[in-house]
Design a protein around this ligand. Structure first.
Ligand code: DC
Length: 225
């Protein structure tokens, strides 16, 4: 299989990004973090001072901004109009505001087009997000859907924020995750849901290495058939 696309979808803090990055490395593929695209679009609108409920303004910002997404072994480097925004897109304010872009159908279409161009350019891609197996790449070679219970996801998010020096209480984190789940699951376009042919993996009691091994085994089994 010369070119292939593996999709990994799932809710916030289910471990998708870390797992997708490691699975990509093991398979000699490029990792695409589509959440970074929604975050970059959101940050660009915030930097522009846009009212995030003004849909036309958000689309104008998307059309007027140069976004660059570069795959590196450590993750995706993000540039907005030539300025590195890799760390800034992880700010909790950007996280909370991402739903405005995520709910806007024409914005999603632009980002899905970007994702398909990225896959076209790199050929072997492990992509993660919410709608990768359902909307962006319905013909993907293997599709996964990762889940984990809320407490475990909150614990993982807390650990991640701590490494970045961001202070939030456990309750704030839990509430933010719940709000994002609701917004992700209930939007009309590209809602969070498993593709009919996705392999569902509950990661609550698994280490990252165990999840990676499970996914890589599954991909290799499919590829050897
Ligand atoms: O995975 P993440 O936390 O980096 O995602 C950031 C936001 O982008 C989140 O609110 C959901 C949204 N998103 C989306 O709607 N579709 C995707 N394919 C990826 C992310």
């Amino acid at each position: 299989m010369a070119r292939f696309i593996i999709t990994i979808d799932g809710p916030a803090a289910s471990g998708k990004s870390t797992v997708a990055r490691l699975v990509a490395a093991k398979l000699g593929a490029t990792f695409l973090d589509t959440g970074a695209m929604y975050r970059a679009a959101t940050l660009a609108a915030m930097l522009d001072g846009a009212d995030l409920t003004d849909q036309k303004r958000i689309l104008d910002v998307l059309d007027d901004t140069v976004f660059e997404f570069d795959a590196t072994p450590d993750g995706m480097l993000v540039q907005i109009d030539g300025v590195d925004a890799t760390a800034q897109i992880r700010d909790p304010k950007v996280t909370a505001n991402a739903r405005y872009v995520a709910c806007l159908a024409p914005a999603r279409q632009r980002l899905v087009d970007m994702q398909r161009r990225f896959a076209e350019a790199y050929g072997k891609v492990v992509t993660e997000g919410r709608d990768q197996g359902t909307v962006a790449f319905p013909d993907a070679d293997v599709k996964f859907y990762l889940t984990a219970d809320l407490n475990e996801r909150a614990r993982r998010r807390q650990a991640e924020l701590k490494t970045k020096g961001v202070i939030q209480t456990d309750d704030e984190i839990r509430q933010a995750i719940l709000k994002r789940d609701q917004s992700d699951e209930n939007r009309a376009v590209g809602p969070l849901k498993p593709a009919n042919d996705a392999v569902i993996v509950d990661t609550t009691d698994l280490t990252i290495d165990e999840v990676v091994e499970k996914l890589v085994d599954c991909v290799n089994t499919r590829r050897s058939k």
